[in-house]
Unconditional design. Structure first.
Length: 306
């Protein structure tokens, strides 16, 4: 089960009823946070979720509305008696920016590790999931992220019995491990069927629409994408500022064949995003206007949400 929460939906600046864009997910006791504008830790607490289990913080780019909340977040983590390391992922230079912001958050009781991205596509292994980072097209180096949870094939008890595989090896084989007992070696393919569909969430903001976005978002259960501008008349402004319109995001969602599109990162001048969503739904019907703390619980195809 994967919990997904769009913490905020505002671009450029926070508004009284619209926090800056950020995403938080929870899976198997591990939390992933993408972007950290000012006040992010407040929105997390308003949701009722914990800062304590955030293992990865992925920064799309180092503009202030995506990274300015880092000192407050780190101080809140420190005050919650956190001791486990935090890994910050982001474009080259994110360490320098983060360390500069940490001037007002010194002496933290936990280690900060950095992973600076330099390639067009990179992967980071999380706790039971993979983070896929892919380059976007903005005014500064910028990355989108997918959280991918793979799911192994179903364990075949009859095949295990027929091959006289010891019971003590079953659990490890089921989790994809190779097991050696005495003079015999057992591999997962001996007892597992074809891989089953897992879970995937893709987050993409501050970019022009490029074909690689659809490639990396393909098949995502939820595609969270910027919709800086809702009106067709703002298309030229979107090109100039290296952002997207609602309809451009919908075209990407359609091409990527995703389950749902959540629009986010709205311009402060876009007071009522819902007024413009129909144009996007005409292209991709499963388009939804993001709102602060919009939440979904994703489960595997053969499981039901409690």
């Amino acid at each position: 089960m994967l919990d997904v929460c769009l913490l905020g939906t505002s671009g450029m600046m926070p508004l009284p009823r619209r926090a800056l864009t950020a995403l938080m997910t929870r899976f198997n006791g591990s939390s992933l946070l993408i972007d950290c504008g000012e006040g992010t830790q407040i929105t997390i607490r308003a949701k009722g979720w914990s800062l304590h289990d955030v293992d990865f913080l992925c920064i799309t780019h180092v503009h202030g509305d995506h990274v300015g909340g880092l000192p407050g977040l780190l101080l809140s983590m420190g005050n919650s008696e956190r001791v486990q390391p935090l890994t910050i992922v982001g474009p080259r230079g994110v360490r320098k920016v983060a360390d500069s912001l940490r001037i007002i958050a010194p002496g933290l009781p936990f280690e900060i590790r950095y992973r600076e991205l330099t390639e067009d596509f990179e992967t980071i292994e999380g706790k039971g999931y993979t983070i896929e980072a892919f380059r976007l097209r903005h005014t500064v180096p910028c990355y989108g992220y997918s959280q991918v949870i793979e799911r192994a094939g179903r364990f075949d008890v009859e095949r295990a019995k027929a091959q006289d595989i010891p019971l003590q090896a079953w659990s490890k084989l089921q989790h994809g491990e190779t097991v050696s007992i005495e003079d015999r070696t057992f591999t997962p393919d001996m007892v597992l069927g074809e891989k089953r569909k897992g879970l995937k969430v893709t987050y993409c903001t501050d970019t022009r629409p490029i074909s690689s976005i659809a490639e990396h978002a393909r098949g995502a259960d939820i595609f969270i994408c910027e919709g800086m501008y809702g009106e067709a008349s703002d298309a030229e402004k979107a090109k100039e500022k290296k952002h997207m319109t609602f309809t451009e995001a919908a075209e990407l969602a359609k091409e990527a064949d995703v389950g749902e599109l959540w629009l986010t990162h709205f311009s402060p001048s876009l007071i009522r995003p819902k007024d413009y969503v129909d144009s996007a739904r005409a292209i991709f019907p499963e388009t939804y206007v993001g709102k602060d703390r919009k939440t979904a619980v994703l489960t595997y195809e053969d499981e039901e949400t409690p």
